[in-house]
Structure formats: structure tokens, C-alpha cells
Design a protein around this ligand. Structure first.
Ligand code: BGC
Length: 774
């Protein structure tokens, strides 16, 4: 798109973007604040605040741990009940159970002076009792409706168990697979991430937070938690203001627009400003520009950790910084409860901030219906009936099968049919039910999981025989089982080799310096591949792994991530062909550790990566310029043809929309899904733009031989360039649009013209493309 902006606007843009690669200045003054205030709070909330003592106000801002994440309710002692009676607690996390939480709630509403109900919270991330695939797996469905369904079921179960609030969805964009928490999110792309964020929020909250069977969602971790240096958890995000707004914040903007009732601030800092005390980001951007009026909670102990960051000297200072920035609730650090009074005494002006925070907490409780019907979540009979129903398990199986990504399929090695003969399943992970629950398992237990081996045994066609050898476990250096694994492989017609990481190698504080499989898994894979038997590799992991040998030598490779309670049946559905795989990668797989972070969406630079090594270009000398598997990649048992693109106009003006339609045909002889992906590229703009950017996708179910047309309805605001928070530049000129099966398999292209320049308030990637399928 050609540059057509005034000199004034350009210099403002340049000032905002700090060319030269300097870090963003994300500190600084705030703009107008749009949050719950004395004017906008309900009469009930205002009256309560007027009656509250300072101690009661501070109590409302305190979230206490009722236990550790795997030891729920353990701290709910008689002393704790007295604290509730005295109004010293606003919320508990890591608690569960309709009856125990009901008793606690009764004490709060009947025995505390003002009868304010408690908020009960937990990390219900990918299921409560019915555990669904880990988030990065569900993101691989590229189907927001699947994520909405899973979140809805999680909310029905968790709310029946006395919970009001989940710390999910985790919507941090993650481009460095060394970061262990990549498992908790939707991968590397802001557009895909925004759609998946919204779907989960809608699933958790539905359209009525007070319905009693919904959960208040928490979009987390606000800021740029997914961008720690080197992928080391909790580390500084030293990113440009442009990257912050164009890549990391769009899912949060979309979450705010979708009505996420709460957000959590990140542990880490951006260019020196911890997100927990970032007044510019919280008060200025989130509340001021975006108009977010929900509850903002800190992360665990993060307010006290402002001292470790080196921006606060004392706990009172830390509390003051967080409160001023706009944090409403203190998760477990006790700073608000114990030390804020000192800060308020020194500066009575802080009372206004305190009242604002209290109003946010009380308004959240009101939105959940807790003042009118505090016992709506405490019916033990409902709780007993809600858990792990057949319908929920069926959904878990359906979604798990849709999450699997077929990375390789040489000579149509998969699916395996009734003539597969004797299959040796090899790899200790095949039997590791616990791993299928992944990170954050709420009330999920390994006994409820149908593991991979079990599922393959149950799901194999008649006449197929299954043998099993553990070979080697990812958590041990013991290679003594490999000999038996080789013998089993040699005695079989086929091998299903299950290798990768166990659940404890990804998740919080689980960053890894290596993206290769653990040594034992590599040794096992090598030995089995050396037998020369046909091998299907089932890769288990919470992150993309560098698997160059497997990619080259296996007959088929499936990325199965960690698939939840129905992992085994879902995998069997794919391997034995009852479901054609249609998962697509939400983040690319690197060839080596050193190739990461790699995204399809980088700027081309002045010397774009060139396969010809004799030209000096933006690449590693010792690697191809492509990743092992690109963003959006995933194979099918069928094949698809993309017809010609139709546009309803050649040009579009800001404020209008343009419709791009493309027919897609399943040319194979079986029903299968295809994920049609739309990418943009702005070839000439005022600042360098990414090589490609996702702007739409649709997962289509197509019968054999069937053609369906997908229309993508785009607004030029989706092509806009960041200038300042709430101010995005729509530049006049041309934009290339590509439709294809992945970021590395573009099938059809077209160019549209944006007829004039304009402005938009929303981050480009946060805006949803309207999709119509005929
Ligand atoms: C994590 C959050 C989580 C919180 C409560 C923290 O360590 O960063 O994502 O919600 O604990 O369990």
C-alpha cells in the first residue's frame, strides 16, 4: 500500500514506533479512564462502599489461597472462617466443592457484618472433571466452536462444584516454543489467538453470568507474558511498541470487546515496566482506550514481587503502584490486605483508587448474581450429576480427534485398515494416562483417562492384533527396554511409535533450552526406525518439537499434543480412519532448537531469506529457510482443490467491506474437513509489514466430491498499521490476499485496492472477518 499520510502523522508514527529497534516506552501517563466508578456502579454497590470500613474494603481486594493447586481446600480451617466473618477475604482460589464452598459462602453472607458473598476461583483451563485436549491442541482444530463447546462444558461442571470464576483463557501469543507455557495458549498468531480467545470467553460466560451455570472468564496474562527473552518463563519482554500492539495485545482487545468479565496482569515486565504496575497499559490502554470495565486481578504473589523487579522498595510501595496502575484484586500476596493502609495513610488521595477497586470486585459479584442468589452454585446433587457425563465424554472425544495434526503421510501410510496385521505399539507415553491431562488439570484424574494404548486396543478393526512394549520413558535415562522394543517392532507388520514429552516438561516454569525430544525418546525412535518396519509416529508434547530425523524417516507423523480424557479413542478414530485428520498447526515446528523462534509472519527485511546460499540473505547458513512444518500446516486423508477467487469489487474504502469468495472441492473419495486460510500482505506501506498475516479461516466439512464456497468479508481496518493506542492507520494502496491450505501452501491470490486512507480504533488482528459458507 502506498504511503499517503501527512508529514505530521508520519512523525507521530515514527515517534510512537521508535525506529532503530529501541524498546517501547510503555510507561507514562494515562488517558481517560472508563471503568466502574461511583457514577456507573449500581446503587447496591455504591451503598455498600459507603458503609464499608477501610479494613472491609481491603478485605474485598484480598484473594486467599484455599489450598495449593493439587491440594484444594486444605487451608479452609476454622481460623479461616473467622477471617471470613470479619470480612477480611474477598475471594478464594484453589478451592472446590458445592458443599464445602456452600458452607463458606453461608458464613460470608450470614455472619459477616455486610453479608458480602465470596468469589470462588480456580484454573479451569481445558476442562474441570472432563478434561479436554490441552489448549494448544484445541487451537489446532482451527474451529472456535470447538473451543466454545469445551469451555461451556467446563463451566457447567465447575459452576456445579461451587466455582464462579476461572483463570482462563490464557491468550498469550507465544512464538518461542522454549517457553513452557506455549501449551496453555493458542500459539503464535494474533488473529487466530483473538478468535480462539473470544470463543472460550463465550463458552465460559455464555450470555448470562448470573445464570448459575456459567463462569466468569479471565483473559490472561495481560501485557506480553508470552514474549519473555529466550523463552525463559517470567522473563522481560523487551519488545517494540509496534509488536506489543500488533502481535501481543490483539487477543486482549478482542477479549475486552467480547465482555470478558476479568483480566489478569502478567508476572513479567515490558521494557522495564512490570505489567502489574503498568499504569499506561492497564489504566490507559485497557480501561481508557478499550473501555474495559471488568475486574483486574494480579497474578499469584505478583504485587509483592514488584520489590524483586526493583520498582518498589517496600510492600506498601508495591501495593500503591499496583493499585494506582489499576489492579483491583491481589492474588495471595497479602500486600493490599496488610500494607496498603500504610500507603493510604501517607497519601489519602489513594482512597479514590481503593474505592474504584472495591467497586470492581463488588460489581463482579453482582454480575454473577451472588448478592441475589449466593447459594445458586451449591447444590451437591447437581454437582454429582454434572460430572463427566456421557455427552461430555463424547464431546471430548470428538474435539480430541479434531485436534490431531497429520504432519506426514508418505504413500498414504495412514489410515490403517483391517489388513494392518500385527501392530506393535511402542513407547511408555502410550500408557501414561496422566500425561494426557497436561498442565492445569483442575479436578481431572488419570483414572478417568482412556489412554492411547487402551484406545488403540479398543478401536482397532477386527483382525488387527496389538502388542505393546514401553521401550523407554521420557522421564528416565533407562534404555534397557529398547532391545525388547526392537524385537516387538521386528515381529510386527506396523509400528505405532509414541514418543515425545510427558506433561511435566511443559507448562508454568517448564521452559526448556532444547526443542529436541528427551534423549531416551530420541534413542528409542532411532532404534525403531532402524528396524525398517513401517512406522507411524505419534508425537506427544505441549510444544512444537524439533524432530528432523522423524520427519525424514517415519512413514506417518501425527502431532497429538495431549488429548485429555478421551485421548485413546480419539487417536484410534484418526489412525484407523474413522475421522480424517484436519488439525492445523497454530505455531510452526522448527528444524532445530536454534531455528526458533520462527514465524511465517516476520518482516522480509532488505535481504529476504533466499534458498540460494550464494546470495547473502536473512537466513541461517546451515538450515533451509523454511521451518520443518509451517504455521497452518496439516494433511488430510483426502485432497482439495481451490477454485478461482471472486471479489465483489476491486477496491474498498475505509468503513466499507469487501467480499472475497472461493470455491473449495474435496477431490478425494472420502468425507474430510479442510481448513481454508486467508492471508494478507501489504506490499508497500509506511513501515515494513510482515511477509504474511492471517486474516481469516474456515474449517469446512466436505463430502467426497463436494464443493462449497467460502466468503471472507473484510474491512480495511483489518489491514491497518499501528500508530498509537486506539489509533490505527488505514493506508491507501494495494493489499495482496492469498487463500490456501497453510502459510506455506498458498493456492490462489488476488490484489485489492484501498481507495483512500482512514483511521481505526481497533488493533487490526483483533477484528473478526465475517465468514459465510454456501
Ligand atoms: C499462573 C496463573 C494462574 C495462577 C493461579 C500463576 O502461577 O501464572 O496463570 O492463574 O497461578 O493458579
Amino acid at each position: 500500500m502506498t504511503l499517503r499520510i501527512s508529514v505530521l502523522a508520519l512523525s507521530a508514527a515514527l515517534a510512537a514506533c521508535q525506529p532503530g529497534g529501541g524498546p517501547a516506552d510503555t510507561s507514562g501517563g494515562s488517558t481517560t479512564q472508563a471503568s466502574v466508578t461511583a457514577e456507573t456502579a449500581s446503587p447496591r454497590v455504591r451503598e455498600l462502599v459507603a458503609q464499608m470500613t477501610l479494613a472491609e474494603k481491603l478485605g474485598q481486594l484480598h484473594q486467599a489461597a484455599g489450598g495449593r493447586s493439587r491440594n484444594l481446600n486444605s487451608r479452609l480451617t476454622p481460623d479461616e472462617l473467622d477471617r471470613v466473618r470479619r470480612g477480611e477475604i474477598g475471594s478464594y482460589l484453589h478451592v472446590a466443592g458445592a458443599a464445602p464452598l456452600g458452607e463458606l459462602q453461608q458464613v460470608a453472607v450470614e455472619e459477616s457484618r455486610l453479608g458480602i458473598p465470596l468469589l470462588f476461583a480456580m484454573d479451569v483451563v481445558h476442562g474441570y472433571r472432563t478434561i479436554f485436549p490441552v489448549p494448544i491442541a484445541m487451537a489446532s482444530t482451527w474451529d472456535p466452536e470447538d473451543l466454545e463447546r469445551a469451555s461451556r462444558i467446563a463451566a457447567e461442571e465447575a459452576s456445579a462444584a461451587g466455582l464462579h470464576w476461572t483463570f482462563a483463557p490464557m491468550i498469550d501469543i507465544a512464538r518461542d516454543p522454549r517457553w513452557g507455557r506455549i501449551v496453555e495458549g493458542a500459539g503464535s498468531d494474533p488473529y487466530l489467538g483473538a478468535r480462539i480467545a473470544v470463543a472460550q470467553i463465550e463458552g465460559f460466560q455464555s450470555d448470562n453470568l448470573a445464570a448459575g451455570d456459567t463462569l466468569m472468564a479471565t483473559a490472561k496474562h495481560f501485557g506480553a507474558y508470552g514474549a519473555p527473552i529466550g523463552g525463559r518463563d517470567y522473563g522481560t519482554a523487551d519488545i517494540s511498541e509496534r509488536n506489543l500492539h500488533e502481535i501481543y495485545l490483539p487477543p486482549f482487545h478482542a477479549a475486552s470487546e467480547a465482555g470478558s468479565a476479568s483480566m489478569m496482569t502478567a508476572f513479567n515486565d515490558i521494557a522495564g515496566v512490570p505489567s502489574t504496575s503498568n499504569e499506561h497499559l492497564i489504566d490507559g490502554v485497557l480501561r481508557g482506550e478499550w473501555g474495559f470495565d471488568g475486574l483486574i486481578v494480579s497474578d499469584w504473589n505478583a504485587i509483592a514481587e514488584l520489590i524483586n523487579h526493583g520498582v518498589a522498595d517496600t510492600r506498601a510501595d508495591a501495593g500503591e503502584l499496583a493499585l494506582r496502575a489499576g489492579v483491583d484484586m491481589d492474588m495471595t500476596s497479602n500486600v493490599f490486605a496488610q500494607d496498603l493502609a500504610t500507603a493510604i495513610e501517607a497519601d489519602p488521595g489513594l482512597m479514590a483508587d481503593l474505592d474504584r477497586a472495591v467497586m470492581h470486585v463488588l460489581t463482579a459479584k453482582e454480575r454473577l448474581g451472588l448478592f441475589d442468589n449466593p447459594m445458586a452454585y451449591h447444590d451437591p446433587e447437581r454437582e454429582a450429576a454434572a460430572m463427566l457425563t456421557d455427552a461430555a465424554r463424547a464431546e471430548a472425544r470428538r474435539i480430541a480427534a479434531r485436534s490431531v495434526v497429520l504432519l506426514e503421510n508418505r504413500g498414504s501410510a495412514l489410515p490403517l485398515g483391517p489388513d494392518a496385521g500385527r501392530i506393535a505399539v511402542i513407547g511408555a507415553l502410550a500408557e501414561d494416562a496422566s500425561t494426557q491431562l497436561g498442565s492445569w488439570r483442575a479436578r481431572g484424574t488419570p483414572e478417568t483417562v482412556t489412554g492411547l494404548l487402551q484406545g488403540l486396543r479398543q478401536g482397532a478393526p477386527a483382525g488387527v492384533e496389538i502388542t505393546y512394549e514401553a521401550g523407554a520413558s521420557p522421564t528416565s535415562d533407562d534404555l534397557s527396554g529398547i532391545a525388547a522394543a526392537i524385537a516387538a517392532a521386528e515381529a510386527a507388520d506396523q509400528v505405532i511409535l509414541v514418543v515425545g514429552e510427558d506433561y511435566d516438561l511443559s507448562g508454568e516454569a517448564r521452559s526448556r533450552s532444547s526443542l529436541y525430544m528427551p534423549d531416551s525418546q530420541r534413542a528409542l525412535a532411532r532404534a525403531v526406525l532402524d528396524t525398517g518396519r513401517p512406522v507411524t509416529v505419534v508425537l506427544v508434547s505441549g510444544r512444537p518439537l524439533a524432530i528432523p530425523d522423524i520427519a525424514e524417516r517415519a512413514d506417518a507423523v501425527l502431532a497429538s499434543w495431549m488429548l485429555g480424557v478421551e485421548a485413546g479413542p480419539a487417536l484410534a478414530d484418526v489412525i484407523f480412519g474413522r475421522v480424517s485428520p484436519a488439525g492445523r498447526l497454530p505455531v510452526s515446528f522448527p528444524r532445530t532448537t536454534g531455528q526458533a523462534p520462527f514465524t511465517y509472519s516476520e518482516n522480509p527485511g532488505g535481504r529476504p531469506a533466499d534458498p540460494d546460499l550464494s546470495r547473502d540473505s536473512n537466513r541461517f547458513h546451515d538450515l533451509p529457510i523454511t521451518p520443518l512444518y509451517a504455521f497452518g500446516h496439516g494433511l488430510s486423508y483426502s485432497e482439495f482443490e481451490y477454485g478461482d477467487i471472486r471479489l465483489d469489487a476491486d477496491s474498498v474504502a475505509p468503513g466499507d467491506t469487501i467480499r472475497l469468495t472461493i470455491p473449495v472441492t474435496n477431490t478425494g473419495d472420502r468425507a474430510a474437513d479442510e481448513v481454508v486460510q486467508l492471508y494478507m500482505r501489504d506490499p508497500v506501506a509506511s513501515v515494513a509489514r510482515p511477509r504474511l498475516e492471517l486474516r481469516g479461516f474456515a474449517r469446512l466439512a466436505l463430502g467426497a466430491g463436494e464443493t462449497r464456497s467460502v466468503s471472507f468479508i473484510l474491512d480495511p481496518a483489518q489491514f491497518a498499521v499501528f500508530q498509537a493506542p486506539g489509533d490505527w492507520r488505514i493506508e491507501a494502496g494495494s493489499v495482496d490476499l492469498h487463500v490456501g491450505a497453510s502459510s506455506s501452501d498458498l493456492r490462489q491470490s488476488v490484489t485489492v485496492t484501498v481507495s483512500e486512507a482512514g483511521r481505526s480504533r481497533s488493533p487490526a488482528a483483533s477484528i473478526a472477518t465475517r465468514i459465510e459458507v454456501e
